[in-house]
Design a protein around this ligand. Structure first.
Ligand SMILES: [Zn+2]
Length: 318
């Protein structure tokens, strides 16, 4: 399997601003590669960040997306934000290995690359069916199954890909969706294979249907907040004793109004992480209002959380 040297790639692709930020991170003890926790190392599991940004065009980051590697195979894709399919290829991942796609919600910056992955898969050897898990509909957002149909159904924008969504077609494999119910506090848990279990819980993201995800591979647990405020107060229980807790830092502590109806503030991040007893926190989903102020964010997070906090960069592995 081709392994890209992510250090080289990182420097070659990023602007001077981002490079300066990297140097700052290096001098403050962070790096783009961090050894996995013991339980994840024992299971040969690593988390790779494909996209650590949000929806902005000038944030110098790919939009939200993560890959979980197990025994050198890319097994679970969490979110499929714009640009992530490029980094998926650059990571050396093979789409035939992916066992499931887990979407936290259907905002563009978390889901818009999905058709790019499916079209790209035509040029792979994939023959296993693929399930895309995501939220059920609410007043604002469609079911994940309708999202697939609107895009790739026979009357969808990309109807030319509809063989993939039509079970009776001769496509090499078929995609199906599983809509996660938005029943408050209720978890959806599913064993994908002997090793891998996925769990979702509905979270509050303003008016948007959203879930947080946890992936357990043996004794290694990795939890993804997705975008959320902490109004439902459920993430800490889902993330209990996680090896890695990926938390989205879309707003600064000073945020008010609509922004905090959608997103958690840094103090919340610290409180949740402490309550969850997470072994490490990876901050991600940076926006222009947070990406150049990570030191301030860290101070707020560390007021409540005493574990290790790291800053996600595109392609970084943990
Ligand atoms: Zn969102």
């Amino acid at each position: 399997m081709p392994i890209i040297n992510t250090e080289t790639r990182f420097i070659s692709l990023k602007s001077l601003v981002s490079h300066a930020a990297t140097m700052l991170l290096l001098t403050t003890g962070f790096s783009a590669h961090s050894a996995p926790t013991q339980s994840c190392a024992q299971q040969a599991v690593t988390l790779q960040v494909l996209g650590s940004g949000g929806p902005e065009l000038n944030d110098d980051r790919v939009s939200s997306s993560y890959l979980i590697w197990h025994k050198n195979k890319a097994r679970i894709l969490i979110d499929a934000g714009p640009g992530s399919s490029v980094n998926f290829g650059a990571s050396g991942a093979d789409f035939t290995d992916v066992q499931a796609v887990l979407l936290t919600h259907l905002h563009v910056d978390h889901s818009a690359d999905l058709p790019a992955y499916i079209k790209g898969s035509y040029f792979t050897q994939r023959s296993e069916n693929l399930t895309v898990y995501g939220p059920s509909a609410n007043a604002l957002m469609p079911n994940t199954s309708d999202y697939l149909t609107h895009l790739m159904g026979d009357e969808g924008a990309f109807a030319y890909l509809s063989d993939y969504t039509d079970d009776s077609s001769q496509a090499d494999y078929h995609i199906k969706a599983q809509n996660i119910p938005l029943t408050p506090i209720k978890r959806h848990r599913e064993k994908l294979s002997e090793d891998i279990t996925i769990t979702a819980i509905p979270v509050h993201h303003g008016p948007v249907a959203a879930v947080a995800w946890r992936v357990d591979i043996g004794s290694c647990g990795i939890t993804f907040s997705g975008d959320m405020s902490n109004k439902n107060n459920v993430l800490a229980t889902l993330a209990k004793d996680s090896d890695i807790l990926v938390m989205h830092n879309a707003v600064p502590q000073s945020a008010t109004g609509a922004a905090i109806n959608l997103h958690m503030r840094p103090l919340d991040i610290g409180k949740i992480a402490q309550q969850a007893n997470a072994k490490r926190v990876v901050l991600s989903h940076f926006m222009n209002r947070t990406r150049n102020d990570t030191q301030a964010t860290l101070k707020f997070v560390q007021q409540h959380y005493s574990g290790k906090v790291e800053i996600a960069t595109d392609m970084a592995r943990f």
